[in-house]
Design a protein around this ligand. Sequence first.
Ligand SMILES: NC(=O)c1ccc[n+]([C@@H]2O[C@H](COP(=O)([O-])OP(=O)(O)OC[C@H]3O[C@@H](n4cnc5c(N)ncnc54)[C@H](OP(=O)(O)O)[C@@H]3O)[C@@H](O)[C@H]2O)c1
Length: 307
Amino acid sequence: MTQTRILVFGRMGQVGWELRHKLACLGQVAAVDYPEIDFTRPESIREAVRAAQPAVIVNAAAYTAVDKAETEPALAYAINAAAPAVLAEEARRLGSILVHYSTDYVFDGAKQSPYLETDPPNPLNVYGKTKLAGDEAIQSAGGDYLILRTSWVYGARGSNFLLTMLRLARERSELRIVDDQTGAPTSSECIAQATANLLAQLLAPQGGGLQGRSGVYNLTNAGETTWFGFAKAFLSKPPGVTGAIAPNLIPITTAEFPRPARRPANSRLSCRRVEETFGVRMPHWEDALALVLETLAAGPAPAGASI
Ligand SMILES: NC(=O)c1ccc[n+]([C@@H]2O[C@H](COP(=O)([O-])OP(=O)(O)OC[C@H]3O[C@@H](n4cnc5c(N)ncnc54)[C@H](OP(=O)(O)O)[C@@H]3O)[C@@H](O)[C@H]2O)c1
């Protein structure tokens, strides 16, 4: 029996890295990244898809430098909107499923409760606008797709808030952290595991594919906190766990920490739709954090260790 072919874009990113591991049991995974595939060169995307002929395309590549996007809108648009449009077109041509990731930053954060997939987006910054344009391009392409909308992604590797704060905690005795933006920190490992669970259902012999379930699905760890609350949760652990001496943590407002890109005050996303449609339930962010801290504490395998 031939194995299902899965093509992952963005393999060296936070989510892409985890996907390679979590999707391995589902089929034959090919994973690519920049610079061999450059999302600013649509022909490189087409070539990769046409060479792999995948049943599933998972796109974890993106322009994620939220502040820098304010001064590089054309580049952010090319990577976050034009490239996903090409992927959607190629996926439809092949009859494959496209899995893509979206962001809480498509919303303005003015809502007082968690956002639903049906709430009207209104991005406050360039990154959010380009991601929304990507979502819309995929939705209008006419193929089968899952857009998984997540928030505050972090993990044991890559560039993220957790690793930045741990580094700063080793360098400074005091950290001032924004305490008036609310959301759910979401581990890259949980996103990849949930993606694998969704795909396992769709690819199962009786799974039957998406069958009208194409759409946007919020997918974040459960619970909510602020950036300050998140930082407190790992910086108050003993140094043996994080490698950092607990610094003095000062909660501040967004206004006290001006950034080039505006951020939504409310980033909470309701995950009821993905639970009801696919039975996928994400763990609480504190439980996911404990696992990531465990991975960090374990560190790299000692030299000479064999498996
Ligand atoms: N990070 C968050 O907090 C967050 C929150 C909500 C949603 N999301 C979404 O979740 C998804 C995964 O995010 P992530 O945090 O895993 O992203 P990430 O760690 O920044 O990884 C993005 C990947 O895209 C690649 N890439 C950048 N420019 C490219 C180009 N021109 N052509 C091809 N590949 C390119 C990067 O390669 P290089 O490293 O070589 O540039 C990297 O491997 C994205 O769709 C993102 O928008 C992220």
